[in-house]
Design a protein around this ligand. Structure first.
Ligand SMILES: [Zn+2]
Length: 335
């Protein structure tokens, strides 16, 4: 799925805005510090003098005779930088208060590392084209700090695990936090299974939120969206027919792929094969995947075939969700 020119321009404009706001923030912080802390201002002047002297010497002297002087000047510049940090700390500022604040330190909000698109650019493409355009808003509301296990019943007992709906959810919550702590080294894959309205999507949002905050790339797609991208983009390219596209590849290369609501769509031979390719390639690449579904694992066998079933049963950790539809419970308690 190639970006149109206007979509590409929009992403580049967003980067310019980010760079501008990083610059503005830095400028306003600097003028505040220069105004409030005379000692910093004096050091700043000293640093400017030393840097100019350094530049003058490197330009004028090509004999190498003054290597020692240059070395001494370099040391001086480093020492001044250290003292500036001490002065900031002494005056109640963090030591990095005047460092540029980029949303993506890897590419410094340029979107590129060398000639390659940065991971944040790839995320921006997905944000623009798919439903997670508003995921950042959703994650403000749905994260570990807002998760309410008290909504789950302590008396509703799951006949399979013999746990109450409440206990089951707390087990899932603890394991989800362990998943985040062990990410990405554990290369664990998760399968969330249970009927609608039990918090499967909410829990996957909690995990996405934590990992995005840690700087990992997370792609969140409903199963129909995943199959749509694979149909238009990934499969044609794999068969040598389509243009190269980052988005199709991103499905296989992002740190965490979340496939939501598997089983809600009508399964066809094509979607069965797509799921198999996706699961296999991500396992081969060592990248984690979370699949959430209202199907029980054995129903995967019926709907998506034995190959998908054996992969999921063998290589995915099962999280079981049991209880009453929480959206319904919340409505009742709100009355
Ligand atoms: Zn970046």
């Amino acid at each position: 799925m190639a970006l149109s020119n206007s979509q590409y321009s929009k992403i580049m404009r967003d980067y310019e805005e980010k760079q501008n706001s990083a610059r503005l923030l830095h400028d306003s912080r600097l003028s505040e510090v220069l105004r409030r802390v005379p000692e910093y201002k004096a050091l700043d002047n000293e640093a400017i003098d030393a840097s100019m002297e350094y530049a003058r010497m490197t330009l004028l002297d090509s004999t190498g005779d003054s290597d020692r002087t240059l070395e001494a000047l370099r040391d001086k510049v480093t020492r001044i930088a250290d003292r500036k940090k001490q002065v900031l700390l002494k005056n109640g500022y963090p030591a990095d208060y005047l460092e540029p604040v980029y949303s993506c330190p890897d590419c410094k909000d340029t979107g590129y590392i060398g000639t390659q698109k940065c991971h944040c650019f790839k995320q921006a493409i997905v944000d623009l084209l798919y439903s997670q355009s508003n995921i950042k808003e959703v994650l403000k509301k749905e994260n570990f700090s807002t998760f309410r296990s008290d909504l789950y019943s302590r008396t509703d007992i799951d006949p399979v695990s013999n746990c109450s709906s409440y206990d089951l959810m707390n087990i899932n919550l603890t394991r989800a936090k362990e998943f985040v702590a062990g990410f990405p080294a554990s290369k664990e894959n998760l399968f969330f299974s249970g009927t609608a309205g039990l918090g499967k999507t909410f829990l996957s949002h909690c995990i996405a939120d934590e990992l995005l905050k840690k700087g990992y790339t997370v792609l969140y797609l409903s199963a129909p969206e995943l199959f749509d991208i694979m149909r238009k983009d990934y499969i044609p390219k794999k068969e040598g027919e389509g243009e190269s596209s980052e988005l199709g590849d991103y499905i296989m290369t992002c740190d965490l792929l979340i496939i939501d609501d598997l089983g809600s769509e009508h399964a066809t031979e094509f979607t069965v094969s797509c799921l198999n390719i996706c699961i296999n390639e991500r396992i081969l690449a060592g990248h984690s995947t979370i699949i959430s579904s209202n199907l029980m694992p054995y129903e995967i066998n019926e709907t998506y075939g034995e190959r998908n079933f054996s992969r999921i049963a063998g290589l995915y950790t099962l999280y079981r969700f049991y209880g009453k539809d929480l959206r319904f419970v919340q409505k009742l308690t709100a009355v």
